[in-house]
Design a protein around this ligand. Structure first.
Ligand code: 13P
Ligand code: SF4
Length: 308
């Protein structure tokens, strides 16, 4: 089947089955183009909660679809490819967090949304990169905070809020290689460009970067907003390269330079149009969470949603 035919069939099935397609900015461009909602982790969680569709087809990695299933238990949540992974979500298990928490009984656990449902079940409050500062600032000042699993996001929150966070040593295998040296070198090459950096990057709490007036730390949705509102013509993008598709589409005439051409999340790219079509045809693969875990995992997400 040609791409056009596949797309037409997807759009037709989506209508017939009252399905909604959610895609992250890191998905393949052709997937982004058929999505009903394209967003960052926070926006996608909100969209999963607000939709009145019967089926949610989630084009992202597994933890994102799990989060949608936790938020919308009455909906059928499908992933076109089963088990797309994330190095952050895989860096900690529910059992690890249970033990860490037991060793710090008076602490508050803040989990980045890039975690499994089991980890969320042991969490007090979740956050995404878009609301992490707000979430941490909302917590009582005298409490110890355990932050899981991203050490780079955690270090950035510490710097920005001045709060003492104890960090889990996880990282994103795509963003962690983005160093201060790489950013400074690109910035010397394009001195007129704004630099938009995801806080999962290793450079996110480096003083040399935080001191640059043209550097801004954002979630992916924050980058999309900044680029649309800025009078600048050039932007260095320090996040997964899928984001450049949306940036380019929204801003003809502006130039977007990836921090590195290999800043690519292979897991996010697993879903193709063919997979998406098959998912709609066969209503596969359904993501289910046991009701016990779901109820526990919903509480920290709900607390986060109230703050966002
Ligand atoms: P955001 O969607 O919060 O920007 O996070 C990026 C990410 O790496 C998701 O896996
Ligand atoms: Fe996980 Fe990193 Fe891929 Fe995001 S980009 S899904 S954090 S591995």
């Amino acid at each position: 089947m040609k791409t056009r035919e596949i797309t037409d069939r997807i759009l037709q099935l989506k209508k017939e089955k009252r399905a909604v397609i959610l895609a992250h900015y890191y998905a393949r461009p052709e997937i982004q183009d058929v999505a009903d909602y394209l967003g960052d982790s926070l926006g996608l969680s909100q969209a999963a909660g607000n939709t009145d569709a019967d089926i949610i087809v989630f084009c992202g990695v597994q933890f994102m679809a799990e989060t949608a299933a936790i938020i919308s238990p009455q909906k059928k949540v499908l992933v076109p490819v089963w088990g797309a992974g994330c190095s952050l979500a895989e860096s900690i298990r529910g059992e690890d967090l249970k033990q860490w928490k037991a060793a710090h009984p008076d602490s508050i656990v803040v989990s980045y949304v890039n975690t499994t449902a089991e980890v969320k079940a042991w969490t007090d409050i979740c956050c995404t990169s878009a609301n992490a500062l707000k979430v941490v600032e909302s917590l009582p000042a005298d409490k110890e905070i355990l932050f899981v699993p991203d050490k780079n996001l955690g270090a950035w929150i510490k710097k920005k809020t001045g709060r003492e966070l104890t960090l889990w040593a996880g990282d994103c295998c795509v963003h962690n290689p983005v160093s201060a040296e790489m950013v400074l070198e690109k910035s010397r090459e394009y001195p007129d460009a704004d630099i938009l950096i995801h806080p999962e990057c290793a450079c996110s709490s480096d003083e040399r970067i935080l001191g640059l007036p043209q550097a801004f730390l954002y979630s992916t949705a924050g980058m999309v907003k900044h680029a649309a509102q800025s009078a600048k013509r050039r932007f260095i993008i320090a996040t997964e390269t899928g984001t450049l598709h949306k940036l380019g589409k929204d801003n003809p005439g502006k130039e977007f330079i990836p921090i590195h051409p290999q800043t690519i999340c292979g897991e996010m790219k697993k879903v193709t149009l063919e997979h998406l079509l098959e998912a709609l045809e066969k209503e596969q693969y359904q993501v289910t969470i046991s009701e016990d875990i779901r109820q526990k995992a919903w509480l920290p997400i709900e607390r986060m949603m109230k703050i966002s």
